[in-house]
Design a protein. Structure first.
Length: 82
């Protein structure tokens, strides 16, 4: 698939913009180094780590409450069928 020219920015995108600005403006890296980090996808690891920590937190909280992980009712889930 080809990337579209327009960009829909969500919370993850807004956080990414802040991190890229911080990376380029902190003075610890040259412009070329910062651009290479962005090009190589180094910042993607932050989002993977955040999602993983969140999932672990939910799991531990449910264990503390002695409840199973939340499952949305099957009848309430809508699937697109073509």
């Amino acid at each position: 698939t080809k990337k579209k020219i327009n960009l829909i920015l969500n919370v993850d995108g807004a956080i990414a913009v802040c991190f890229v600005d911080l990376l380029r403006g902190c003075g610890s890296f040259s412009k070329e180094e910062a651009n290479e980090f962005v090009k190589n996808g180094v910042l993607n690891g932050l989002f993977v780590a955040a999602r993983t920590f969140g999932l672990i937190g939910h799991y531990l909280d449910q264990k503390r409450l002695k409840q199973p992980l939340y499952r949305h009712p099957y009848d309430d889930v809508t699937y697109l069928v073509k």
